[in-house]
Design a protein around this ligand. Structure first.
Ligand code: SIN
Length: 293
């Protein structure tokens, strides 16, 4: 079976054809990983409906399974599997705001693997935005200003809202962690603007008002259409995205219709800052090598 890659935009996002994610060989999976690492988010249509075990097995090929804070401490046959269901009774829809999954965790997620089982007759698309493209598009003075800054990511507001989160009473609060605003992507080495409207609450090194204004600008910047791709779902299609460099937003424009699916996510590493000084040194060394060669 030959794998075909159809890019969605020049910047990122690709549909992969000619592969069955359950039965693909180790060599085919390595090929998929390479494409995933290049495109940041990949899509597969015409897949079989995954059982809970198949979904978790597929995700395990990307790494350790992440347990969502709302599922921690719960007796559950599949603690890593998050079921999604939105219909006419819903008052909120999961993921209906730009975010990187659970970016408030100390070790925020790497890959999220989402399969939708039922899709509305139209709408219910998921939008994705490249955080590397967003960083690259900033001006040099803005990059200098962001260099070395960190932000607080908190699960309090979204998890209270979405999950009627109770764990904090037992002393197991929602996660809150500081992460660098400019993060180095471990595989590509590229800088990514690691902030999102759902979880990022303040910039630690700035006075409240300055931080709020800067965050508002950065949220709007990451959400610009220039850095986006969009997936129109078909039943049993699968999307896999890299939360370390991609935001997503699930549109809830299909009420009163129903949309259902399941997501499994894997654990990423603790974010590390990408510093201008380190990279300008590399640039200087590269230019001196060129001058002396
Ligand atoms: C999410 O994982 O945040 C939801 C994505 C979706 O339902 O499209």
């Amino acid at each position: 079976m030959s794998i075909e890659v159809q890019p969605l935009t020049p910047a990122f996002g690709a549909e992969i054809k000619g592969v069955d994610l359950v039965s693909c060989s180790a060599a085919e999976f390595d090929g998929i990983l390479e494409i995933f690492s290049e495109y940041g988010v990949v899509f597969f249509r015409d897949q079989q409906r995954l059982s809970e075990t198949e979904h978790i097995d597929l995700a395990s090929r990307f790494g350790e399974i992440h347990i969502h804070p709302a599922a921690r401490g719960r007796e559950d046959a599949y603690p890593g599997l998050l079921k999604m269901k939105t219909n006419k009774e819903s008052t909120v829809a999961a993921g209906n705001r730009w975010h990187s999954d659970v970016s408030c965790d100390e070790f925020p997620p790497y890959a999220s693997i989402l399969q939708l089982h039922e899709t509305p007759s139209s709408g219910g698309d998921t939008l994705f935005a490249s955080l590397c493209a967003a960083y690259e598009a900033l001006s040099d003075p803005m990059k200098t200003m962001l260099d070395g800054l960190s932000a607080l990511h908190s699960g309090e507001e979204p998890f209270r809202h979405l999950f009627k989160f109770q764990n904090h009473q037992a002393g197991q609060g929602w996660p809150e962690n500081d992460h660098p605003i400019v993060r180095e992507h471990v595989s590509s080495g590229r800088p990514a603007l690691f902030i999102d409207r759902e979880f990022t609450k303040k910039i630690n090194e700035l006075p409240k008002d300055e931080g709020k204004a800067l965050l508002e600008f950065l949220f709007g910047h990451t959400e610009r259409v220039d850095f986006q791709c969009r997936f129109q779902w078909t039943p049993n299609a699968i999307a896999i995205w890299d939360n370390r460099c991609v935001l997503h937003h699930a549109l809830w424009d299909y009420w009163p219709e129903q949309r259902t699916g399941s997501r499994v996510t894997t654990v990423g590493e603790k974010p590390v800052a990408w510093r201008l000084s380190d990279h300008s040194k590399v640039q200087k060394e590269r230019s001196s090598i060129r001058l002396t060669a």
